[in-house]
Design a protein. Structure first.
Length: 423
């Protein structure tokens, strides 16, 4: 039985060198997205102390980031339709960078929580809209290269968060004011985006300006009216396949986000381990996630999306059960590894599957990304409420159910195959 293959999209006549440059540019965009997010996260304690916030007030401040992210996801389709991919990506990085600078000014010089809240909303808006755009680009270059690339791109995002966290830790250790740290990172992010987008092909179907295009000479280079593209984009929410892909992303993103917020606490409160052990187990989880994303591409190319997603769902379910029931520490660690591997590929593969239909790729990716972000936003507080009633370990059963549903929905992510013409 032959495995489904990626079929390069028609309409392009790019050299191998141009494709590699395009791929590298998309890697850079994923990296700076992670860098921007981690730059803020790494200075949260300093911002909290600088603004003299209680824990509940800090939670309200961080809500600005979440609200901005959701709005950015929703507006990304409009930005792509009106500006085209290149200009829209630069605009998104610019907005997020202005947000970082505003957060720094609010925390370091003005001592104003409302200013910091506004800055975080801008950071969230910029990174949320960029999330859709970079996944559209990643899926497109993936098709052109004919091999799975999306998991590795998301691993590059993770690398950006690691670098951002390390730089932030160094800035904190050297007592660098938040304003100057975040301003420096903002400049790096915008400069990188401006350089990177120069290597991204211009495509009229995404709203890019005609006249300097890589479209095939026999294809129309006429830029479709943005209203038509926007109207067609909104129709994707009626697509049953998109909703099923959203179920895959929902289950696995819920598993990923919940681990970030509750795994360490579950190890400490549920299994009676020390705080250090809880932190170490979380480190095991993110390591497993990264390994899964690096190895995911070759596995998908060999076996196909559906078998790999089903295997991930199974690993995740088994891992979660071990974490909930583990009578020994080594089983707890093993369960964490399986949980991390199981959750690693849902989001990147969901993005690839959503973008298979190139005509509405941005809208489809936006819809699936919104479902995934819903899991990130709703998952942690939901588990917290359940954990307060039944214990945090028992609350993890919700993730088991969602991972199982993601496995059942896996066929929706099957690769599109081209049927050769007869004769």
């Amino acid at each position: 039985m032959t495995q489904p293959e990626h079929t390069p999209a028609p309409g392009f006549a790019l050299s191998r060198r141009s494709l590699v440059a395009w791929r590298t540019a998309v890697f850079a965009i994923f990296f700076i997205s992670g860098l921007g997010l981690a730059s803020w996260v790494s200075r949260v304690p300093t911002v909290r102390d600088g603004l003299s916030l209680r824990t509940d007030q800090l939670g309200l401040l961080i809500f600005g980031l979440s609200a901005g992210s959701v709005l950015g996801l929703m507006v990304a389709v409009w930005l792509l339709a009106g500006l085209g991919a290149r200009r829209a990506m630069v605009l998104s990085t610019f907005i997020s960078s202005i947000g970082l600078i505003t957060v720094g000014a609010g925390a370091s010089y003005w001592g104003s929580a409302p200013v910091a809240f506004l800055g975080l909303a801008l950071v969230g808006f910029g990174l949320g809209s960029l999330d859709v755009m970079m996944n559209v680009e990643g899926a497109d270059v993936e098709r052109q290269l004919g091999s799975t690339l999306m998991p590795l791109l998301h691993a590059c995002f993770s690398l950006g968060t690691v670098v951002g966290a390390l730089v932030g830790a160094g800035a904190s250790a050297l007592a660098v004011p938040v304003f100057w740290h975040l301003t420096a990172m903002a400049i790096v992010i915008v400069a990188t985006a401006i350089v990177a987008v120069r290597f991204i092909p211009v495509r009229p179907e995404l709203g890019d300006a005609a006249g300097h295009t890589t479209a095939h000479p026999h294809e129309s280079a006429v830029r479709p009216d943005w209203r038509e593209r926007l109207r067609a984009g909104l129709l994707v929410w009626r697509d049953r396949k998109i909703l099923l892909i959203g179920m895959i992303v929902l289950g696995m993103t819920f598993a990923e986000g919940s681990a970030s917020d509750w795994l360490a606490l579950a190890v400490v409160d549920g299994h009676g381990q020390s705080d250090a052990t809880g932190a170490l187990v979380f480190g095991v989880f993110v390591t497993a996630m990264t390994v899964g994303r690096v190895a995911g591409g070759p596995l998908i190319d060999r076996f196909g999306r559906v078998p790999v997603l089903r295997t991930c769902a199974l690993l995740g379910v088994v891992g979660l059960v071990l974490v909930i029931l583990a009578p020994a520490t080594w089983l707890l660690v093993l369960g964490t590894v399986l949980w991390g591997l199981g959750a690693s590929l849902g989001f990147p593969v969901g993005m690839s599957a959503a973008a298979d239909d190139t005509a509405n790729a941005a809208a489809r990716v936006s819809a699936v990304a919104m479902i995934g972000y819903f899991a990130f936003l709703v998952g942690p507080p939901l588990l917290g409420l359940l954990g307060e009633q039944v214990g945090i370990l028992n609350a993890l059963v919700v993730i088991v159910v969602l991972m199982a549903l993601a496995g059942l929905a896996a066929p929706a992510a099957r690769e599109r195959t081209e049927t050769p013409a007869a004769g």
